[in-house]
Design a protein around this ligand. Structure first.
Ligand code: IPD
Ligand code: CA
Ligand code: CA
Length: 285
């Protein structure tokens, strides 16, 4: 991990910049959605839109102008090395399938992290924002500064995770990958979990799922297969809202597994570990 001193003023600055640039990109993608999205589909479900690339290019341009010494790591092509120890980890549209189908559950996710975002457990988000342009929901956080949410024109408010301890009363978010083998395995994990919890939600945007854990509208969330850009901003927003984000059994959150939650996160982790032992390992390398 980079030994980088980040003072309070810098963290505030990174947080404000993340929120500003995510909001600008969110407006860009929402305007285009209003005008009709032109999508190209690399497989029936893995949708890559021209807007992913345009929104990422806008964010990258703003970062290069404001903080030229920082590195950039986005979902689309065009990554850049830096010298400051800070890397911007960006998902220009999280919830692409919702975007293409005009379901108002997609967001721009922008985070400043220290360390190497390509190595699980070797990076830490220090500031970030997630903006849903259609609902008007904006979430943001900085290390040590708490997490906030603003809905449309309503004032900003501090958010906190759920205090629900009882898994049988917990509303759990999850998501599914794009590969058929992963989905079949995810279905086998989900089947024994479903009768043990209040209910399951699959909204289709991991970044927003994490923010909804942060504001308590989900009690917890889990998924296999997330990339750093799906979770960088959202995971900081969860931890700053008082929650936990980890992998299974004490491992760091990674592509292998992410569990985020409030008071029921530990029990969910134990239950998912037991389910994994029965179901067996994920089939992919
Ligand atoms: C996806 C969404 C989805 C999650 C997938 C992600 P994308 O990101 O976050 O909710 O289940 O694992 O890949 O493709 O919409 O950016
Ligand atoms: Ca994503
Ligand atoms: Ca995306």
């Amino acid at each position: 991990m980079t030994d980088l001193r980040l003072d309070a003023a810098l963290l505030r600055d990174l947080e404000g910049f993340a929120l500003g640039v995510a909001s600008e990109a969110a407006l860009l993608i929402a305007e285009r959605a209003e005008a009709g999205v032109s999508a190209t589909k690399s497989s029936p479900t893995d949708v890559v839109t021209e807007m992913d690339r345009r929104a990422q290019a806008l964010i990258e341009e703003r970062i290069a102008a404001y903080r030229p010494q920082d590195a950039f790591f986005g979902e689309e092509d065009g990554n850049r090395a830096g010298s400051s120890g800070i890397t911007w980890v960006v998902d220009p549209i999280d919830g692409t399938v919702n975007y293409v189908y005009d379901i108002p559950a997609y967001a721009v996710s922008v985070a400043a992290v220290v360390g190497d975002p390509r190595t699980p457990g070797a990076w830490t988000p220090v500031a970030g924002a997630v903006v849903n342009p259609v609902s008007g929901e904006r979430f943001w956080a900085r290390a040590g500064g708490g997490a906030s949410r603003q809905r449309g024109r309503l004032g900003a408010t501090r958010i906190g995770v759920s205090t629900q301890r009882d898994l049988s009363l917990a509303l759990i978010g999850t998501g599914f990958g794009y590969e058929p083998a992963t989905r079949a395995w995810q279905a086998r994990v989900l089947a024994p979990l479903l009768p043990r919890v209040r209910d399951i939600r699959r909204f289709g945007s991991a970044a927003l799922d994490l923010c909804h854990v942060a504001d308590g509208s989900l009690d917890a969330y889990y998924e296999r297969g997330l990339n750093p850009w799906d979770m960088a901003a959202g995971s900081l927003i969860v931890t700053e809202a008082g929650g936990t984000v980890s992998g299974l059994d004490g491992a760091p959150a990674s592509r292998d597994f992410v569990i985020a939650g409030g008071a029921c996160a530990n029990d969910l982790n134990l239950l998912l570990q037991a389910i994994h032992e029965k179901v067996g390992p994920h089939p992919a390398p």
